[in-house]
Design a protein around this ligand. Structure first.
Ligand SMILES: [Zn+2]
Length: 173
């Protein structure tokens, strides 16, 4: 069976009312998502699927850790994410996204693939700037050896920058 099929809800067979689902998002999930910017993670997703007569309301609770690259020392580390998301599903002639929270799906659809939504929610929960946290004593958890290497490299780049040579020549005149 296609792994991502685990994230498809065959809603046709559900009675009106509340239904609970849980999903485990792991490394394989991100491997299967095309062009995923995330490679590793471990996230639990609890879904309350509320089936009403004419629409569905989905409440997601997302909680876990995602591997990201630190913007300061470029070492990978796990960033904790936690949050809620809501998705309203209504019916229409063709598929369209009405807003971030409301989608319209064709009337004759009988299942919905939630993998793209779960992926998007996880991405939204990550900050734009991803930095190691500080320890309680204020010390950064960044990889100091990596930072030293990065500093050395940027120093070397500055030294070999032809603009600096021109400046040096100007100074010696
Ligand atoms: Zn770092």
């Amino acid at each position: 069976m296609d792994y991502l099929k685990n994230f498809t809800i065959p809603f046709e067979g559900l009675g009106v009312g509340n239904h609970k689902f849980t999903f485990v998002v792991d490394d394989l999930f991100f491997e299967k998502i095309e062009y995923s910017e995330i490679k590793k993670g471990d996230v639990n997703v609890a879904l309350l699927f509320e089936k009403q007569d004419n629409m569905f309301v989905l409440h997601f609770q997302i909680d876990g850790n995602i591997q990201v690259k630190c913007d300061r020392c470029s070492e990978d580390f796990y960033f904790p994410i936690k949050g809620d998301q809501k998705l309203f599903i209504q019916f229409g002639d063709t598929f369209r996204e009405e807003t971030d929270e409301i989608i319209i799906i064709p009337r004759n659809d009988f299942e919905i693939d939630l993998a793209p939504y779960i992926y998007e929610y996880i991405i939204l929960m990550l900050p734009i700037q991803r930095l190691h946290f500080n320890e309680p004593n204020g010390k950064s958890q960044c990889n100091q050896a990596m930072l030293d290497k990065i500093n050395q490299l940027s120093l070397r780049e500055q030294q070999s920058d032809p603009r600096w040579d021109t400046l040096k020549k100007l100074k010696t005149k």
